[in-house]
Design a protein around this ligand. Structure first.
Ligand SMILES: [Zn+2]
Length: 123
């Protein structure tokens, strides 16, 4: 199996090191290529984890409609869904989103902000 080493070096120190399988790297490339082919793309930042994604205007609008005007990435959306399922008292989507956002903020304050993609709490 082919592996790629990814290293994040800040000030000469290795702060993050991860192994990405060739398959995952290729999937990511294919996804990026597919997105670049589409028109009306815009950059949008996740209001939870700060991840920036390039999405179609239509997709951005759909996500915003679902989350009271806030845009959250796919990973955070999954985490919010999880939050909803886990809650013993029946909370609404809005409250689950708020809970996840405060969790994310707490997590992010512990991580260096240079690389929000790897700081996302949802992995
Ligand atoms: Zn996110």
């Amino acid at each position: 199996m082919y592996m790629i080493f990814k290293r994040l070096i800040i000030g000469g120190e290795i702060v993050e090191e991860e192994v990405v399988s060739m398959e995952v790297a290729e999937q990511k490339q294919a996804a990026t290529a597919a997105m670049l082919k589409a028109t009306d793309l815009a950059f949008v930042k996740c209001e939870c984890c700060g991840l920036t994604e390039e999405c179609t205007e239509e997709y951005i609008k759909r996500v915003r409609d679902r989350n009271s005007g806030r845009w959250i990435c796919g990973l955070c959306a999954e985490a919010v869904k999880d939050e909803l399922l886990r809650s013993e008292k029946r909370i609404g989507n809005e409250e689950a989103l708020n809970q996840h956002m405060s969790f994310c903020k707490k997590f992010r304050s512990l991580s260096p902000p240079e690389n929000p993609e790897f700081a996302c709490c949802c992995f």
